[in-house]
Design a protein around this ligand. Structure first.
Ligand code: HEC
Ligand code: HEC
Length: 155
């Protein structure tokens, strides 16, 4: 292709792309108008600031588990703890011996076993991303009543 033919080709490609974008935006708008939230069409006019609390919650001795195999819920804030390939902020407090200094429970031994069953001296790759399984929990009252029973209660 000559230089100008190339330029023309890219101009055609660009205008096609722009056309698609405009069409896409129109489509999204049409769909947006038919959507209705749980609030029944009410639009939120005010957003409350998140409560400024040091701890996520105050549940003495942790939260109960709903079934035996449940990953325990996290009773503290996690916003500041990043997990990157080279640093796992959670393990600063939850790996031995660091955990003894901050009085945090050590991750259980299952977290040091890889998927072949080999015991490791560092956290297993399968357990590296803590929040895949553990979620922060606040001691909040349910917004809507429910009849949930944990595994022990339904027996
Ligand atoms: C600064 C230290 C610190 C860091 C960092 C930290 N934790 Fe904790 N964690 C604690 C302490 C202390 C407790 C014990 C409960 C309490 O006092 O809040 C705890 C409790 C927990 C529990 C409850 C364990 C149980 O048996 O009930 C889980 C799960 C947990 N943390 C997960 C995490 C995860 C995931 C991260 C990273 C996103 C993390 N923690 C980062 C200190 C820490
Ligand atoms: C694949 C899911 C999974 C991942 C990922 C995972 N955990 Fe767990 N964790 C569990 C389960 C399930 C339990 C409870 C059973 C057990 O002890 O193995 C548990 C238990 C714990 C406990 C309580 C230990 C005790 O003896 O009471 C702590 C603390 C904890 N995990 C922290 C972490 C941290 C920190 C990470 C990230 C480095 C992490 N977990 C990653 C599933 C997971």
């Amino acid at each position: 292709m000559t230089g100008s033919a190339k330029r023309n080709a890219s101009i055609v490609a660009l205008s096609l792309w722009a056309g698609l974008l405009v069409a896409g935006a129109g489509y999204a708008q049409d769909r947006g108008m038919t959507l209705q939230g749980l609030g029944g069409g009410e639009v939120l006019s005010q957003i409350n600031a998140a409560p400024d609390v040091e701890r996520q919650s105050f549940s003495d001795g942790g939260f109960g588990r709903a079934y035996r195999q449940q990953p325990p819920l996290i009773p503290h804030k996690v916003d500041g703890y990043q997990i990157t390939p080279t640093n796992n902020a959670c393990m600063n407090c939850h790996d031995w011996p660091g955990n003894t200094k901050v009085k945090a429970p050590k991750v259980s031994e299952t977290h040091y076993v890889d998927r072949q069953g080999v015991r490791l001296d560092k956290i297993a790759g399968t357990r590296y991303f803590c929040r895949q399984c553990h979620v922060p929990q606040a001691d909040a009252k349910p917004l809507v009543g429910n009849t949930f029973e944990n595994a022990a209660e339904v027996k």
